[in-house]
Design a protein around this ligand. Structure first.
Ligand code: NDP
Length: 318
């Protein structure tokens, strides 16, 4: 495994990490999560991603139970969570928000579900146009200052909002955001490669990127329809994207380069994402341990990604 600094922060994350969206607490109970987290940890993964909203809090509960069973020393791994959508939709102030009250209460509930004293990373899962950025920055900084999280960051924020948050923290000597969590894969490149380009040097932004396989599309599993038990079968709003003919034709072309290297398209797609030096960690998703084991082998494929092959990949996905 390779370990990269989270931007300018001192902490190092494994270049491949493992997340729990749509799997922990839904496709997977504790037993399968233990198996997958164990396989990841054995391969050197030190970062496990979560969010309050995943399976309505159940993903945190399952990860907490799995970690208890696995019994790893706390200093050997990092856990994250994220806030914005909320899980109590019956009252104002507790959902679709980054207000101080919500954030302060949400972190305590996450820690209970995860059975932890602190999380390593805490993210604002989206930006909230109604709460002043200053209020959110103070709250996130206070969460870090209280020891309930060690670092904070954002997810799917604009470059302008990230810079605004950083500057507020700088002005008031608060804890600064150190990481952003954007989608990054062969179909979605603009934020990471263009919009954020000045932030890496200017503020030392780290990236933990999501959906390296575009929800499974880049595995080639949707070339001949929807396989049983797959994400496209389970998640209706993703079905159209995953079965899009043009997108699948590109994946088929990618298969040619994967065959030449002797790897799967999934491994090639993950290796391509990890080969961007601004990416600190690529968060893998997997509903089964065999998928995860396949994807973790992408590290070896990075060495086969020559400039010439990258240029051919670019041509396919231009
Ligand atoms: P991917 O794009 O890698 O998709 C993962 C899914 O693809 C798996 O659950 C599985 O779905 C399928 N798959 C993966 N590997 C294989 C394989 N080798 N062969 C066949 N099918 C495979 O990642 P995710 O979309 O899951 O995102 C990864 C993580 O990123 C999440 O768990 C979460 O932690 C984070 N995330 C963060 C977001 C944010 O807003 N900050 C948003 C989304 C994700 P199946 O078997 O069901 O078809």
């Amino acid at each position: 495994m390779q370990y990269r600094r989270l931007g300018n922060a001192g902490i190092k994350v494994s270049v491949l990490s493992y997340g729990s969206w749509l799997t922990f607490g839904s496709q997977q109970a504790v037993e399968q999560s233990v198996e997958c987290m164990g396989a990841a940890y054995d391969a050197g993964v030190n970062f496990f991603d979560n969010a309050e909203v995943y399976a309505g809090g159940q993903a945190e509960t399952v990860m907490g139970d799995a970690l208890k069973e696995l019994g790893w020393p706390r200093h050997t791994y990092l856990v994250s969570t994220k806030y914005f959508w909320g899980i109590h939709r019956d009252v104002p102030n507790a959902y679709f928000t980054l207000n101080r009250k919500y954030l302060m209460e949400a972190i305590d509930k996450s820690l209970e579900r995860l059975q932890m004293d602190y999380v390593d990373l805490v993210y604002c899962h989206r930006s909230d146009p109604e709460t002043p950025i200053e209020e959110t920055v103070w709250a996130m900084s206070d969460i870090v200052a209280s020891g309930r999280a060690l670092y904070w960051g954002t997810s799917e924020w604009s470059a302008a909002d990230i810079r605004a948050a950083w500057e507020i923290a700088e002005r008031h000597h608060l804890r600064k955001p150190v990481v952003e969590q954007p989608e990054y894969n062969l179909f979605n490149r603009t934020k990471v490669e263009e919009e954020f380009s000045r932030l890496y040097e200017d503020i030392g932004l780290g990236l933990t990127t999501w959906s390296p396989l575009a929800s499974g599309l880049l595995t080639g599993k949707y070339l001949n329809g929807i396989p049983e038990g797959s994400r496209a079968e389970n998640v209706e709003w993703l079905r159209e994207v995953l079965t899009d003919q043009d997108a699948n034709a590109k994946v088929q072309d990618l298969q040619g380069i994967a065959d030449e290297i002797g790897c799967s398209t999934a491994q090639l797609a993950v290796a391509w994402t990890a080969s961007n030096p601004n990416v600190s960690s690529v968060i893998l998703g997997a509903s089964r341990v065999d998928q995860l084991q396949e994807n973790l082998k992408a590290l070896a494929v990075m060495e086969e990604l020559t400039e010439e092959r990258k240029a051919r990949v670019d041509e396919i996905f231009a």
